[in-house]
Structure formats: C-alpha cells, structure tokens
Design a protein around this ligand. Structure first.
Ligand code: URA
Length: 241
C-alpha cells in the first residue's frame, strides 16, 4: 500500500505537492469515491481518477543491490519453501533477481522490476563484467589460466573469452584462489568452467558486476542503487564494445 499522493506523483502525472492539492480540492477519486484525506493508502489494483480521467499508473522502477548470503535461493518463490533472495528485501514492489547465484554461492546480486535493464545486463553481447572469486581444489597453473581465458567446453559449447588470474595458492591445503571475469551467465557457468579444466570449485563468491561491488555491505545486507548508478548501468549496456 502506498500513499495516494505518492502514487499520483510516481505515475508522472504531477509533483507530489500538486497531487496533494488535487486531493484536497476534491478532484481525486479512488474506486469511484472522492478522497480528501492526504494519508489515504491505495494499492496497485485501485482505480484512481483525477478530474474524471483514469490515472495510468506506470510502475516506478526500483533497483536493489544485495550481498547474497549462502543458503538462499535465487528465485522469487521456492517450491521447497526455502528462503529466497526476494525474502531478504523489504519492499512492496514485485522485484526479481538479475541472473542467478547458486544456493551455496555468495556475493553481489541485483534485483529490480526493470526488465529492460535486467535483460541487457544478462545478455553476453553487452559484455558486462561479472567478477567471481573461486576457491578451487588443486594448484592452478599458467596453462589452466590460459585455458579459462580462451574458453573451455561446457555442455558442448565453448565458453567465450574470459579473464582469469591466480590470486593465491595454498600448497598445504592444495587449493587455489582464482579471480575469473566472464560476460556470460549460463547455469553453474563458473563451476562448470573449473570442472572442465579439472579443478572443482569449493567456494564461490561474485565480487563485482560492471562497476558495482559490495563495498559497505555485510552478507545479507542490501541497498538501493542511486539514480546516478542506474544511469551509469544504462550507459554501460549501450556502450559499443
Ligand atoms: N557460476 C556458478 O557456477 N555458480 C554461480 O552461482 C554463479 C556463476
């Protein structure tokens, strides 16, 4: 439920202050009843009329950046009743995740009701960086890094070019930490890429999407994107690459 004047303003019809004036002067009806009360709350199915004209409500676009914790599913609702990423965000808006992080993967995830931006961020042709940090079993060598960069076969298709670099080795535990930057987002893509070169992923975190990272957030926390950040994302998807 939202305040009537806010819904009118969000539709782009007029400013919030003018919407308040319209309500107070008896020009606004909700479901056929004239409303004078400024605090009146309405929901998305209510019919709003101003001066006898039906208000076309354009849904306000919202953008959230979540630090996804482990043990949460990336869907809007889960048939096994597990906690979803949408459950972590306090909003009345119908938002959905941009792409997918596995149940056991942590890190940056965007959620929005802006389908245009969501699709463009996911489309490989737009070359949006998705930067992952993977802890893998085994000591990754230069040769494997080259393989990851040039593309490996997963599900019978070669992955497109990527950037990879070794961040750390641990000879004692026989593990490596590798940073992998990809532009695709197939199901379990990173895990499958490492599997293809014989290094199973033990732990996975997504650290960055384009210029957005997790600065200032703890696992499970989220924030809204600023209008400037949204504008910058639109710029990133429209760039010739
Ligand atoms: N690739 C994976 O394998 N898992 C994720 O969660 C994200 C990318």
């Amino acid at each position: 439920m939202e305040r009537l004047q806010k819904v009118i303003a969000n539709s782009g019809y007029t400013s919030r202050r003018k919407a308040e004036e319209l309500i107070q002067s008896g020009k606004v009806k909700v479901n056929g009843v004239t409303i004078y009360e400024l605090g009146t709350k309405v929901n998305t199915t209510d019919l709003i009329e101003i001066d006898g004209n039906i208000l076309q409500k354009e849904e306000q676009k919202v953008y959230f950046l979540l630090y996804k914790p482990r043990g949460v599913v990336t869907t809007t609702n889960d048939d096994k009743n597990r906690k979803t990423v949408v459950d972590l965000i306090d909003t009345q808006m119908r938002i959905y995740p941009v792409g997918r992080l596995d149940y056991d993967t942590t890190g940056i995830l965007l959620l929005t009701n802006d389908g245009v931006l969501a699709n463009a961020l996911m489309h490989p042709k737009n070359n949006i960086d998705k930067v992952y940090i993977a802890k893998v079993k085994g000591l990754v060598g230069k040769e494997q890094i080259n393989q990851l960069q040039n593309g490996v076969i997963i599900d019978n298709i070669k992955s497109s070019r990527a950037q990879a670099r070794i961040k750390k080795y641990d000879k004692k535990t026989n593990t490596s930490i590798v940073e992998l930057t990809i532009h695709e987002g197939k199901n379990h893509q990173v895990k499958k890429m490492f599997e293809a070169i014989g290094y199973p992923v033990l732990k996975l975190k997504r650290e960055r999407i384009s210029f957005l990272d997790l600065t200032g957030l703890k696992s499970g926390e989220y924030r809204m994107l600023s209008p400037k950040e949204v504008k910058k994302l639109y710029f990133e998807i429209s760039k010739e690459k």
